[in-house]
Write a new protein. Sequence first.
Length: 120
Amino acid sequence: MQIPIAYKGTRQCPKDVADRITNDKVDDRAIEWIDSAQKLRILLQLNGAPRILMDLYQMVGRNTYTARRIKELADLDLIEYCTLDRKQVVVLTKKGERAATHLKAMLDVLTEKTIEASNE
């Protein structure tokens, strides 16, 4: 998995998270950077993932597949660090690359729904 080392220490990737990321491994964890809709607010913060993921869950509606899967990941405590800003979604999972890839697929759907909603 490609890790965007250039982002180490930036506002989007806090230093304590970036310190665990090296060029060859991610300390048995994984991080995904995804483009997101411009109008998304900064919602997710370190140590606040479960509560904030509920905010995301409400953003896309309680009955959507994506919302249910995001809530499941929060309930299973798979997320260690997650942040949204106007350009990127960042996810650091506790369970390695597979969980990050799974979450990335869901966030891609979430992003599409958010873009559609902001265009209406």
